[in-house]
Design a protein. Structure first.
Length: 347
């Protein structure tokens, strides 16, 4: 049993193979330090080449830490390689940086391959190098494979990292356009999670069902509650997650009820959060459910145009697809678009 061991890598992204090796290494030492090596420039370039947002070291540390948070003898630290020259010139500085990050005496390095074994022996002569499963027999995957085919390798991605990689589909539109039903249907068809519209029942739950007493604070709370619910839905997403409305819709209702938009709500509006947006036109039959207003045809279309313009104003245009027709047509169009998204046609 070693007193202190180190397991290092880029973890771009961390996957089940990494986790397996972390857990196995942790059984062989009293304390295991997982060191995330990060070169900010290379990280950005690698992610960009794979068509991904930059997977920062903060995200990687968060994901690994979440996976081992109940294993107190495992710690996660970061080694900044951004200013370190490429090997072999950079090995002396890298070794100094490793010794600064792990100031304790290192008894063993745990590795999945032996490429750096000679280097570690040179700069850490007192440390043993332990190799395990270099052929990746249990989890035959690499971070490069995952970056190049995220959804195809979904089962290898750590659960804590999946919200980042899940495709996100926003369903939007004004009252009684079928977005809630469509959201649920799509989520069930794709065997995944969805986030419901929080504001729909806010007046009932918090205002005694009196919609005449809305305040700016109420709309801010709706936006925040929606944000938190969206996050919870993402945590259980299976490759794709569906969202029944967003903060733009909350701000739209702020304008209707209070006569002005809400800067606190607008802070939650983020068009970059979504990969695809389906905007439903109100050309289906109005369904009165006691929670809806504005059922006249001309009023419905005018309000729809108003909301659609808000989405364009906030930058959703490049991922926005307008859908109309009866319920069957809407479902068919939506499925075709989502199929294209998860197959990588839409990015």
């Amino acid at each position: 049993m070693y007193k202190l061991g180190v397991y290092f890598g880029r973890f771009l992204p961390p996957h089940r193979g990494h986790l397996y090796q972390i857990i196995e290494a942790s059984t062989q030492c009293e304390k295991l330090v997982v060191v995330i090596s990060d070169n900010a420039t290379q990280t950005h370039e690698l992610c960009q080449a794979a068509g991904l947002p930059t997977i920062t070291y903060q995200l990687r540390k968060q994901w690994i830490s979440q996976q081992v948070q109940d294993m107190e003898h495992i710690q996660v630290r970061v080694l900044d390689e951004t200013d370190i020259p490429a090997p072999p010139e950079g090995w002396p500085l890298w070794s100094e940086r490793m010794k600064a990050v792990v100031a304790e005496h290192i008894d063993a390095f745990f590795m999945g391959d032996g490429e750096e074994q000679a280097i570690l022996a040179q700069y850490f002569p007192d440390a043993v190098v332990e190799l395990f499963d270099p052929a990746r027999t249990r989890y035959p995957i690499s971070a490069t494979d995952i970056r190049n085919n995220i959804l195809g390798n979904w089962h290898y991605i750590l659960g804590s990292a999946r919200p980042f990689f899940a495709k996100k589909v926003l369903i939007a539109g004004t009252e009684s356009c079928g977005k809630t039903t469509l959201t649920k249907c799509l989520a069930k068809l794709y065997n995944t999670s969805w986030s419901e519209e929080v504001g729909r029942y806010y007046a009932r739950d918090y205002l005694g069902n009196d919609e005449t007493i809305f305040t700016d604070t109420d709309f801010f709370r709706i936006a925040h509650l929606q944000y938190e619910q969206d996050y919870q839905a993402l945590r259980t997403a299976n490759k794709v997650c569906f969202f029944d409305t967003d903060a733009t819709y909350t701000d739209y209702f702020s304008e209707i009820y209070l006569g002005h938009r809400n800067p606190l709500v607008e802070a939650y509006i983020d068009h970059t959060k979504y990969d695809l947006m389906l905007y439903l036109l109100p050309d289906v039959k109005w369904v009165a459910d006691g929670q809806r207003l504005n059922g006249e045809k001309e009023r419905r279309m005018a309000l729809s145009d108003r909301l659609l313009n808000m989405y364009h104003y906030h930058g959703f245009g490049d991922k926005l697809v307008v859908i109309n027709g009866d319920y069957t047509q809407r479902l068919s169009k939506a499925i075709a678009l989502v199929d294209r998204l998860v197959s990588g046609v839409i990015t």
